[in-house]
Design a protein around this ligand. Sequence first.
Ligand SMILES: [Fe+2]
Length: 332
Amino acid sequence: MRKPTLAANREDAAVKIAELTGVDVDLIRRRIANDIKARNANKGLGFLSYAGILPIDLPDGTRIVVIPDVHVPAHDKLTIWAIKAFLKDYQPHILIFIGDVADVFGLSRWAKPPRVAVNQQGEIDETRRLMDALIEISGCIHVFYIMGNHEDRMMRYQSDPAPHVGGVLDFETREPILAFHGLLGYGPNDPITFIYDQAERGGFGGALLLNGDMNLHHGRIVRPKPAASPRADADETGRSTTTGHTHRVGMTVRQTTKGEIRAIELGHLVDVTHPYMSYANLTNNWHEALGIGRVVGGRIHLQPVPIKQVLVDGRPKMAFTYGGKVYRSPNR
Ligand SMILES: [Fe+2]
């Protein structure tokens, strides 16, 4: 499952991006590496993972794409097709998975429908394949993977009968042997950072803080109306916040005595007809979307882009528009 060529491919992509855009790719890479290493200095974590809120400063011109809840293998395959076409065009420097990339259905505590087959290793393998495909086609320099509550099912399930096993570390990486990222097969030399909370758990605490301007985390507070969840979150922290988790999409901007606070909710990329998604219904207010942004004037300009089912020549497709172009899937 390991792909040792991934780091080398990133180097090639970084050189290509630098030539095409004039953005100093080496500068971005150096900043990320230095930030992570400096802040991990007193923790038992390596370059591959981080526990807590990771502050990263990105230079102007850096392009960012945020991928919300994919829930492999219950992802919307047609939407992913359209997103790949977009990533090939946009070539983001930074790709951020904001949690629940894998559903980890096999280890959930919810009652399983008796006719639904579960293959946990198959889910992990498929998650890795999908991530690699998105990373490759995006040509990104670095990937951040903020752990969701679904990834934490792995640790919760396994440490339940034997909690001390959760603290056993891998000899080489010095990271917990049950860590989800280890099961995905990425190594410390891959240009990817997995962000956990301070207790090294997935779910609600770990975050990426970009340019001191935008806090990205999976999501903790849940409200029924679009954009209300990250808004409530931002009210607690006093900081602009982007979340996944709720599968709703929306954005609010408001002025406070401490300045402007944006709250962005990024939706999901799930096939709601998949058997794993039996809890999806119309009242959930779910919506497919992704986050697209760029650093301008030192600030993170990020917007949620809704993905809609549309009829083209009478045939349904999943589609979204960005930068004057339409990205759409094959026929559903
Ligand atoms: Fe989710």
